[in-house]
Design a protein around this ligand. Structure first.
Ligand code: SAH
Length: 369
């Protein structure tokens, strides 16, 4: 092999080869859990017991499972290896927004954000350490891809948030997770298998999984067209969010570099097929960037592309990220953008900027210590 200086590629699909995290209960379907438990010399029904502890009572510590003999606890403990170590927690909004920095077994860092509202609690999870999609306005995109996360590493973020709510650690009384959004670090569709496994664990009823409604789960993507097609065929009615950010290829090529591979028309076609198959409204994400993509003519073009579709446009005032000169649109431009979309009859909302003060809002997750 010759050593040559390589620059980071525009798009990184394959994650670097690294040691894999240990196998965990949450990586396995119930059938696989029964097989794993049997292999460890225990009766198959122990898989149900373990699953109730983990997915219902949110206990990850075998020592606390007193309905198991000491011997069984020791043997089954290997199915609950610690995967996430909290490094730092930051809160805002009176404690109802909480960002956690996690260290994975190999030192990789990721973040998740728990957001509690009066009527729901949403956890924003990471699916990769870093990201290979290189969107210039996103802090995660600037760091490149470290590695894919495993199914259980993704699920553990949700379990930990659910535990914090159940234990009354978040103002508002004991609660449950109602929504999961794959809008943390990483491109979920570039880590397809692990992400689908995690979605299954989230939506399967207890004791197989956490019993969260599939309608409450949102998978956000830059637009990996073949993966969107695959997701539609899974029979999981999760919400698809498409990070569009520009209605024209010329601009989108620069804002969302995957557009050099799959163009606006192709990715929107994939989104409409997704909506047709799942009967779920597709969410179009559009970060409003001052003088870059917030012109009225672009709102008109977007309106024409998405009107009369099963769609909802979610405008996100750009959150500041280090090293980027871009900033959020002027309020009057934002209002005009909304009005143009409404003129075309397109349902549109402007997302709140929860967690901005703790760098926990969209596109701000950089997982630095
Ligand atoms: N990789 C996936 C999921 C993670 S990002 C995706 O891109 O969809 C979640 C959302 O935040 C995406 O719509 C992303 O484009 C948006 N985002 C990224 N950086 C942002 C920023 N600085 N301000 C506002 N939104 C941003």
């Amino acid at each position: 092999m010759t050593a040559e200086k390589t620059e980071r590629p525009l798009l990184q699909f394959a994650a670097p080869r690294r040691a894999k995290p240990a196998r965990h209960l949450a990586d396995l379907s119930m059938a696989e859990r029964r097989a794993a438990v049997t292999e460890l010399g225990e009766k198959a029904f122990r898989a149900d017991q373990l699953s109730r502890h983990y997915f219902e009572r949110l206990t990850g510590d075998v020592a606390a499972m007193t309905d198991l003999s000491a011997g069984a606890r020791e043997r089954l403990g290997v199915l609950l290896p610690p995967l996430l170590t909290p490094v730092r927690e930051m809160t805002s909004d009176g404690g109802t927004t909480r960002k956690t920095l996690w260290r994975l077994f190999d030192g990789a860092l990721v973040e998740s954000v728990l957001m509690r509202y009066p009527d729901r609690a949403t956890i924003c999870v990471s699916s990769q350490a870093g990201c290979g999609m290189n969107c210039p306005f996103c802090a995660t995109g600037q760091a490149g891809l470290t590695r894919n996360m495993s199914t259980a590493e993704i699920v553990e973020q949700v379990v930990s948030g659910a535990r914090a709510l159940a234990n009354n650690e978040v103002p508002g009384g004991p609660g449950r997770i109602s929504n999961v959004v794959f809008m943390g670090m990483g491109e979920p569709m570039a880590n397809y298998k692990a992400v689908i496994g995690a979605v299954r664990r989230m939506v399967e009823p207890a004791p197989d999984g956490l019993g969260i409604s599939a309608r409450g789960v949102t998978v956000s993507t830059v637009g990996l067209v073949p993966a969107i097609g695959k997701l539609a065929a899974e029979g999981l009615p999760v919400t698809l969010a498409l990070s569009l950010h520009a209605p024209d290829d010329e601009l989108r090529d620069t804002l969302v570099p995957i557009n050099t591979r799959w163009k606006v028309a192709e990715v929107l076609d994939a989104a409409w097929s997704y909506a047709a198959t799942t009967k779920r409204r597709v969410s179009i994400e559009y970060a409003l960037i001052k003088d870059i993509n917030d012109q009225e003519w672009r709102a008109d073009l977007l309106g024409k592309l998405v009107r009369n579709k099963l769609v909802h446009v979610n405008l996100i005032p750009l959150n500041p990220t280090p090293g980027s000169k871009w900033t959020a649109s002027r309020p009057e431009d934002e209002r005009a953008f909304v009005r143009r979309l409404q003129f075309h009859g397109v349902p549109v909302t402007v997302r709140d900027t929860r967690g901005r003060e703790i760098d926990g809002a969209c596109g701000q997750l950089a997982a630095a210590e």
